[in-house]
Design a protein around this ligand. Structure first.
Ligand SMILES: Cc1cc2nc3c(=O)[nH]c(=O)nc-3n(C[C@H](O)[C@H](O)[C@H](O)COP(=O)(O)OP(=O)(O)OC[C@H]3O[C@@H](n4cnc5c(N)ncnc54)[C@H](O)[C@@H]3O)c2cc1C
Length: 360
């Protein structure tokens, strides 16, 4: 959002040991820490940050396990099962291994270091015809931040493919592995931005991807793009191109326009509230993640699409996005936010919730 003053210290870490060193430096200096990625979803305050910003600069993407590796390790660890790995390949499955445990022939596990630029990870997967994250193309940020708010777009979210993350735990100064179920993912949430905010430094992620294509129906705007352009190629590379085109047509380029992407979260409703909303004529989407009202629609209906409020522009292409055109400081953003939240509440009775984190 290009707001906020300087930080007292910034430490860029390039290996595991440097993570522990960075935290021990902050502890000895009695200073708070804040982990920053690319800053695409973070807002600074005018007074700056009297603490230590730590940035993950660890790089690397590798395929760690193929289906054959997984089966081999399962069968080797079950030497008393009476079935060898060679037997299994011939279809003679050991009764002690359930079908559920046997990975699909096309499953691939990739390990990604948190300092990788997220879109390079998507590019890596798509170039290898691996499906699972192609709809998450062009989301600005580093891979280490992806699980924090469970990044999502166009029908996919990182929770769909994440297996585990490797972290440094600042409470007991140890390196740990947290599985997907430990992270309690939901819409734009995980323990990393709620109950355990600022506790863990994400070092790497392991994702499971699959050779092949996303299954239909795709997200509405992808379907519309496909029929408008007569597209029949649904390979990861093709969907990546479609998503990139859709995004380019409505989202600001973070390099030339200061924004945090969606500034507000969408509204999720239980079934009774969704029914009520529909009876009032509000458009409610019923997806696999629940009943949703697009907050951009609420902002538009409140007459704010394209408005310039205290130097912050409500995007006329995607009203959920605020663009910093001429805000003088954090207070301008705060005033614009209050105005939008207030107008939407007065008209619809829904409170909009901010998506980006603040450095404090
Ligand atoms: C134009 C634009 C479009 C966007 N579109 C989308 C979208 O479609 N879907 C979506 O979900 N998001 C979207 N976003 C938001 C943003 O891209 C994502 O939230 C992204 O994951 C942020 O990555 P980052 O590296 O910039 O994180 P930062 O903003 O630097 O950090 C975000 C949070 O993660 C924490 N964090 C970062 N790295 C680590 C780490 N290694 N360990 C522990 N905590 C860490 C930070 O402390 C902070 O709380 C968009 C943003 C912009 C500007």
């Amino acid at each position: 959002m290009r707001l906020g003053g300087p930080a007292r210290y910034v430490i860029e870490v390039e290996n595991h040991d440097e993570v522990a060193d960075a935290y021990s430096f902050a502890e000895q200096a009695h200073l708070p820490t804040f982990v920053l990625g690319y800053g695409a979803n973070t807002i600074g305050h005018d007074e700056g940050f009297n603490g230590v910003i730590i940035i993950n600069r660890m790089k690397g993407i590798e395929i760690t396990q193929t289906p054959t590796d997984i089966l081999k390790s399962k069968y080797e660890s079950q030497s008393d099962s009476g079935t060898s790995f060679e037997d299994h390949k011939l279809g003679r499955t050991a009764s002690s291994v359930s079908e559920k445990e046997v990975p699909s022939r096309s499953t691939i596990y990739i390990k990604v270091m948190g300092g990788e630029y997220w879109d390079d990870v998507v590019d890596y997967a798509c170039k290898r015809n691996l499906t699972g994250i192609e709809a998450l193309s062009k989301i600005p940020g580093l891979a280490g931040a992806a699980p924090v708010q469970n990044i999502g777009a166009y029908g996919q979210e990182i929770a769909d493919t994440l297996v585990e993350i490797e972290v440094y735990d600042t409470t007991d100064h140890t390196y740990k592995t947290l599985s997907k179920s430990d992270l309690h993912f939901s819409y734009r949430k995980s323990i990393l931005n709620t109950t355990d905010k600022n506790r863990y430094f994400v070092i790497s992620l392991t994702l499971h991807l699959r050779s092949g294509e996303m299954s239909r129906p795709f997200y509405n705007s992808i379907e519309q793009y496909i029929s408008a352009n007569n597209i029949t190629d649904y390979s990861p590379q093709s969907i990546r191109q479609i998503v990139s085109d859709i995004r380019d047509s409505k989202l600001p380029d973070p390099l030339s326009q200061a924004s945090s992407g969606s500034f507000f979260k969408n509204i999720y409703l239980n079934d009774a509230d969704a029914k009520l909303a529909e009876s009032k004529g509000y458009p409610v989407y019923h997806g696999k993640d629940g009943n949703k009202i697009n907050s951009g629609w609420l902002i538009e209906q409140a007459g704010l699409k394209g408005a310039l409020l205290h130097g912050m522009r409500v995007s006329d292409k995607a009203p959920l996005v605020l663009i910093n055109e001429s805000a003088k400081g954090y207070n301008d953003l705060k005033a614009a936010r209050s105005e939008i939240v207030g107008k939407v509440y007065d008209k619809f009775g829904y409170w909009l919730e901010q998506e980006p984190m603040e450095i404090q």
